[in-house]
Design a protein around this ligand. Structure first.
Ligand code: SF4
Ligand code: SF4
Length: 285
């Protein structure tokens, strides 16, 4: 069996201070961080012990994880395991990047978000170019606030053509945006319109809970990050028995890490093998 896992442990802190974010500049105590590290180690040990299955893992932390060496070590360990097909992480890309050389770079991927109100474009770009030079796959992206348009346009010019730059739609702002703003975002990211919807999902078939799950620091399994009811725990025996077809119980799904698994959208045709790290097939050609 191949299972994709979206892992989110106890980390809820960040070195950046983005205005719209609940984790902005939030700090955690040494005890809280030690708990996160312990949970992560247990999770990786579990992946290593479950050699009968193949895994792809995307870390979706609340906050910034890669500034902590235990997440860097986690990616090194995971990418070097034979039963791991991919290990990816969402990051603000503020950390040093030399550790990537100890990863199996064929299996490593980064989902790297630019936060123009918090970091200079030059700094973010130089980090992207370092990843590019080190031959690490990554998607770059920005939240689509119109006030960032000029930074976004320049970033697009500066990034290599084959680096995908996604724009996350700010759904509640969309009705207030001008046609020109929307056209601008689509010119930067041809897939921007895909991210502008709340997709109807109730009673629709979704891979979440079958071939992709979310896991927290205690090992609780959920179908996805958006349905809170646990379906099992990876540290219990027969954890696999809970996986199977279920219809979505939410009315809509609007986040990339969720709706890409809705069967009727067929977004595996758009993102192929790189659906977790959000790199469309055309950027691989
Ligand atoms: S970098 Fe990400 S986690 Fe950190 S404050 Fe900004 S949006 Fe929040
Ligand atoms: S459609 Fe979205 S909310 Fe529903 S199960 Fe899939 S990922 Fe979860």
């Amino acid at each position: 069996m191949h299972l994709s896992i979206l892992y989110r442990g106890s980390l809820i802190s960040c070195n950046y201070g983005c205005q719209y974010c609940p984790f902005a500049k939030k700090q955690q105590s040494a005890i809280e961080l030690a708990k996160d590290k312990q949970e992560l180690t247990k999770f990786i040990n579990w992946i290593e012990q479950n050699q009968q299955h193949d895994f792809s893992i995307l870390f979706t932390p609340w906050g910034e994880a890669l500034i902590h060496d235990w997440y860097q070590q986690a990616l090194i360990r995971l990418t070097n395991l034979p039963n791991v097909k991919k290990a990816a992480i969402q990051t603000n890309l503020s950390c040093k990047l030399d550790w990537v050389e100890d990863c199996d770079k064929n299996k490593l991927a980064l989902w790297a978000t630019f936060h123009p109100e918090w970091v200079k474009r030059d700094r973010y770009l130089s980090q992207c170019l370092e990843l590019y030079r080190r031959q690490v796959s990554f998607s770059a992206g920005v939240v689509g606030f119109p006030q960032f348009k000029s930074e976004i346009a320049t970033l697009r010019q500066e990034l290599p053509d084959d680096v995908y730059l996604w724009i996350n739609a700010v759904k509640k702002e969309l009705p207030n945006m001008s046609k020109a703003d929307l056209e601008f975002f689509e010119a930067i990211d041809p897939l921007f319109p895909l991210n502008t919807h709340h997709y109807p999902s109730r009673d629709r078939s979704c891979k979440a809970g079958k071939s992709v799950i979310s896991v927290d620091g205690d090992g609780n399994m959920r179908r996805c990050h958006f349905i809170k009811q646990p379906i099992g725990n990876i540290y219990h025996s027969n954890w696999e028995s809970v996986l199977g077809d279920r219809l979505c119980t939410n009315e809509t799904c609007h986040c990339h890490i969720g709706y890409v698994h809705l069967d009727y959208l067929e977004l595996d045709k758009v993102f192929g093998e790189r659906i977790l790290e959000r790199i469309p097939v055309r950027n691989e050609e």
